[in-house]
Design a binder for this molecule. Structure first.
Ligand code: ADP
Ligand code: MG
Length: 270
């Protein structure tokens, strides 16, 4: 990869991410193009959350590289799996949303009147008008997730990563938050979401990345969500061994011969 990634594009080149030298994601290559809307799917333990954290920069890559072009950390918004905010923390809904300004303003910066107006507008966009002063702890799971989406809205990031954003939510909330995803897509932001519901993915996502520690497929939704790929993912999941040694590209010294073959890639994997 000689030319650097254009703004909003994220390129993965042979990315391996490991915990304590045990790889959780192996040799993933491909790119999220500017303005793409991609679902990351795969079995439990497939490394989906790990990959998102590596893309955000919360986890280092053990091998390969992630190219973010001109993107700064503040240009990437990240909503972790199961709203890692402690919901019992004594903080108001408005304050939760104002945290979205933090990366731009800094810990000692001043949010100001415009920042507060943006937060109120975001709350109204997620259907939480009038909830500004409510303690976070008093919200339902669905309302709390709406508040976190409002925080992502005020962050106004070029790239948005969401880890299982619709888990345990009622249908109405899912529909409302999906509409926000579509809005971000319409605004040419790069949106990446880990999801489990294949029907929902088929209906709303043009592209998918199918992960089972290694890449099963990455590309157009109809090419990725195939019965063959589902079977391949299930086979991979059955062979996972969390104590497997660190694997170097090209030196296949473990017994899982499937780990290193890259056949079955589709779409724009590099
Ligand atoms: P997914 O999100 O697809 O369910 P994860 O990325 O959470 O998968 O996990 C992938 C693998 O990495 C699993 O085997 C999991 O146990 C392991 N793992 C995740 N987080 C850690 C951690 N902090 N330390 C050690 N191993 C971890
Ligand atoms: Mg996960």
């Amino acid at each position: 990869m000689i030319a650097s990634a254009p703004a909003g594009e994220i390129r993965l080149d042979n990315v391996t991410v490991a915990y304590d030298r045990h790889p959780a994601v192996h040799h993933v290559s491909g790119r999220f193009t500017t303005g793409s809307l991609t679902a990351i799917v795969g079995p439990n333990g497939a490394g989906k959350s790990t990959l998102l954290k590596a893309i955000v920069g919360q986890l280092p890559v053990a091998d390969g590289s992630i190219e973010r072009g001109p993107l700064k950390p503040r240009d990437i918004a990240f909503l972790p799996q199961q709203a890692s905010l402690d919901r019992a923390y004594p903080i108001s809904v408005l304050e939760v949303v104002l945290l979205g300004h933090w990366q731009r303003v800094g810990a000692f910066g001043h949010i100001g009147r415009d920042g507060i107006r943006a937060a109120r507008e975001a709350l109204s966009a997620v259907g939480l008008e009038g909830f500004e002063q409510r303690p976070l702890a008093t919200l339902s799971i669905g309302q709390a997730q709406r508040a976190l989406f409002a925080r992502v809205l005020v962050q106004d990031a070029r790239v948005i990563l969401l880890d299982e954003p619709f888990n345990a939510l009622d249908a109405r909330t899912v529909a409302d938050l999906l509409a926000l995803l579509q809005r971000w897509h319409g605004e040419k932001r790069t949106v990446i979401a880990v999801l489990h519901d294949f029907d929902l993915v088929r209906q709303h996502f043009p592209e998918a990345l199918y992960l089972a520690r290694r890449l099963i497929a990455w590309g157009r939704i109809d090419e990725v969500l195939t019965p063959e790929n589902q079977l391949a993912a299930r086979r991979m999941a059955e062979s996972w061994d969390d104590t497997a040694p660190f694997c170097d590209t090209g030196h296949n010294h473990d017994s899982h011969s499937g780990h290193h073959d890259h056949t079955g890639h589709h779409g724009h994997a590099a």
